[in-house]
Ligand binder design. Sequence first.
Ligand code: SAM
Length: 253
Amino acid sequence: MSTLSVIATPIGNLEDITLRALETLKKSDLVLCEDTRVTKKLFSRHSIASRTLSYHAHSKLSRTEEVIQLLKEGKNIALVSDAGTPGISDPGSELVRHIRESLMTEIAAGTIKIEAIPGPSALTAALSIAGVPCADFIFLGFLPHKKGRQTLFKEIADSERTVVFYESPHRIMKTLEVLGKEEGEKLREGIPDLGAVGQRQSGNTFTKRVTVCRELTKIFEEVVSGTPKEVLDYFNSHPDKVRGEFVVIVSDK
Ligand code: SAM
């Protein structure tokens, strides 16, 4: 039997990796990486010497076929991305889909297995410390750069569920600005006394809280929360903090 192990790796702190992930990476015949240089740092920290091969969104079909062939030959393969859980807003899901389709018979017969080795993800790390309602939420990954972006912001402002998305340092300020325009300012202008942040009002108008989780598990980890304008003001007065990696959460309270 051969296995494709889809393994979550750290989102910053190299210690954030499960025992099972380490064991599996050590035993794998081949580790498919988004960027082998990034994965090598993890390997060096944990003394892993397994063979690596780059596998990214633009990998040719021939590489996928190569992986399928290796699985058929009984090799154990691991799939990792640069950070967090493969497939969550990064390459990986395409490969898994292709393997599932191509090896349907072998998977059903139990000779090939696709297994999850769960662990960190910026999505769950952010939600776990934001202190927002997250019994149910909507995850948007990265917002589109152009087409559909404006509509999405309207949907976020109108959503009854907590909305989570990933954002880059180049766009975070603009995003906070638009979120502010979309809903916070509209409120202040239109309704004099809204009560507590998060209190739903009649119609579509209600206040939102924005929580920005930055550099999770790293030295400069930070959570900034408030109205869109408050969060924007904070980053305007701390331009040195408009860098690194961001998760943005928009919630009702
Ligand atoms: N697969 C990853 C996961 O499971 O979270 C996500 C990969 S996606 C290409 C990278 C984005 O995730 C970053 O641009 C950022 O928005 C978010 N991210 C990753 N690491 C982060 C961290 N340490 N702190 C905050 N956000 C992070």
